[in-house]
Design a protein around this ligand. Structure first.
Ligand code: KG4
Ligand code: ZN
Length: 346
């Protein structure tokens, strides 16, 4: 089966073609980062308008690169939520219309399920069940993934998501939006131990996170110092280390609590080099198999939506024609399609 994936939940317009035997045939992405940069965050109306402009050209290019015609596409997967309602509608409308015109099934994919299944774009692919650390701009979660649609939330952020904390602190440091990657780059020139920030929630036995206090501590540290270039780098390193320490400790506790032997890192913050290195160390020490998608599939993309959609289509899921999107869509409300346990999709 060959699936067309469409992602438009926030500020990335993306299209991909994934084949269950041949793998990923093509993927294209346009990031609206520059469009929103002057506002310091995503402006929903501008995002929707730009998706309308970009999705069709991206679709054309992707089909061309995949050397696929409409007749080769056996199903369509589009992000139906969570995300910005207007932005979601653009991709959903395109996906549903193509499915109708081409006479193929379409499935509405949960954006976070896309992130969770992104590692299946790589070889070797992880085996179910696994523990997922899902860290993005909107979410910080530890999830036990038993099967497609069978998720147990073990812990999550009670306030800011890890990516959100990165972005806000980066802004205070005068870095561009989204700030996770530039902050991490700045941290490379920082000196260890010069500034120390708190590791929130480590004294609590549960698996929840909280990053707003850390963000405030960083803000006070910035306010109390004359910020020359070295001090900015020192602070960036202190902040990154505090977040990574917290994520690693809670991930280790989740591995202990569940006894799971496979760990998957997903979401935009999963692109962070320091986090990857520290989790690699943790996995090696505990004899746990570690999987993460390549950096470009950690952040939002359509290949991961096609990957999750392919599993659902192969499990027999067929969604009704009316376009449905869910701006809010708790992962726990997702259901496993009948037959999802019958085997791996590819
Ligand atoms: O998954 P994603 O692309 O979008 C959401 O679904 O939220 O994640 C975006 C988040 C942003 O907050 C961005 O700053 C962060 O991922 N991010 C990083 C890195 N690359 C992206 N955070 C830390 N280090 C990075 N290298
Ligand atoms: Zn995302």
């Amino acid at each position: 089966m060959r699936v067309l994936g469409i992602e438009s939940s926030c500020d990335e317009s993306a299209v991909a073609v994934l084949d269950d035997r041949e793998g990923l045939l093509a993927h294209r992405l346009f990031s609206q980062t520059e469009l929103h940069a002057t506002y310091g965050g995503v402006v929903p109306e501008l995002a929707s308008r730009d998706h309308v402009r970009k999705l069709l050209p991206l679709l054309k290019e992707t089909l061309q690169e995949a050397a696929s015609a409409a007749a080769d596409i056996g199903g369509i997967a589009y992000t139906a939520g969570p995300g910005l309602a207007g932005a979601l509608l653009t991709g959903a409308a395109l996906g549903r219309s193509l499915a109708y015109a081409w006479g193929v099934p379409a499935v509405a994919v949960h954006h976070l399920e896309g992130h969770l299944f992104a590692p299946f774009l790589e070889r070797p692919a992880p085996r179910l069940p696994f523990l997922a650390l899902l860290v993005s701009g909107g979410h910080t979660m530890l999830i036990e993934v038993a099967a497609l649609g069978e998720y147990r939330l073990l812990g999550e952020s009670l306030d800011d998501a890890a990516g959100e904390a990165f972005d806000k602190t980066a802004k205070l440091l005068g870095l561009s939006y989204p700030g996770g990657a530039p902050l991490s780059q700045l941290a490379e020139r920082g000196r260890t131990g010069v500034i120390r920030l708190p590791r929130p929630m480590l004294d609590r036995a549960d698996l929840d996170f909280s990053f707003s206090g850390l963000k405030t501590a960083a803000m006070l540290a910035i306010r109390d110092r004359a910020l020359d270039e070295q001090a900015r780098a020192d602070l960036a390193l202190a902040f990154e280390t505090a977040i990574v320490d917290t994520l690693v400790v809670k991930t280790e506790r989740a591995l202990e609590a569940t006894g799971l032997r496979t760990l998957v890192i997903a979401g935009g913050v999963g692109a962070n080099r320091s986090l990857r290195e520290r989790l690699r160390l943790l996995a090696d020490t505990r004899g746990v198999a570690l999987y993460f998608p390549r950096v470009e599939f950690c952040t939002d993309n359509a290949a991961m939506i096609a990957a999750a959609g392919l599993w659902r289509l192969k499990a027999g899921q067929r969604d009704p024609l009316p376009i449905e999107i869910h701006a809010r869509w708790p992962l726990g409300e997702l259901l496993a399609p009948d037959g999802a346990r019958s085997g791996q999709a590819h």
